[in-house]
Design a protein around this ligand. Structure first.
Ligand SMILES: [Fe+2]
Length: 177
């Protein structure tokens, strides 16, 4: 069972994770159109990870006796000014997501909802990684991206990113009968 505010925030975060997925998929599509297939791959993997995050929230809410309420998911932008613009927007988005996770954590602490505090622990660590990955992308683009050869090798590096299901998801998904 949940305090109503915590339950509301968890549901909002579930929706936000789906929005994040769509935002990154939109970025991936932009890169595909520009034939930057490595970056397209990087953001496609990011999309899949965000879907995992959404499913982790979904399962946690249900496992803990809460109600899932899926609301409207706002449309992500598909207009971007360039590679640097996308990388900056993804970093800004991750910082925003971190602030939302902290907000849920504070609400949970206030009502001594320690199961939610413990649940969020992984997301707090994950956000450190997300922000680090996003800011590294910006730094490397700023260093090498202005030169076509440099951009080509950044794109090749991004092509190497692979998706593996977020291990945390298996902890919350119901066992398959
Ligand atoms: Fe996420």
């Amino acid at each position: 069972m949940f305090d109503s505010k915590v339950e509301k925030l968890l549901n909002e975060q579930l929706i936000m994770e789906i929005y994040s997925a769509n935002f990154y998929l939109s970025m991936s599509a932009w890169f595909r159109n520009k034939s930057l297939d490595g970056y397209a791959n990087w953001f496609y993997v990011q999309y899949k990870e965000e879907i995992d995050h959404a499913l982790i929230f979904y399962n946690f809410i249900l496992n803990a006796g809460g109600q899932v309420k899926l609301g409207a998911i706002k449309s992500p932008s598909s207009e971007f000014e360039g590679v640097g613009d996308i990388l900056t927007k993804s970093f800004e988005h991750e910082k925003f997501v971190t602030s939302l996770i902290y907000e849920i954590n504070e609400a949970a602490l206030k009502v001594k909802d320690y199961k939610t505090v413990q649940f969020l622990d992984w997301f707090i660590k994950e956000q450190v990684e997300e922000e680090d990955r996003a800011s590294t992308n910006i730094n490397r683009f700023n260093l090498f991206g202005a030169d076509p050869k440099g951009l080509h090798s950044l794109d090749e590096e991004a092509a190497a990113r692979t998706y593996a299901q977020t291990p945390q998801l298996a902890l919350y998904e119901p066992a398959v009968v």
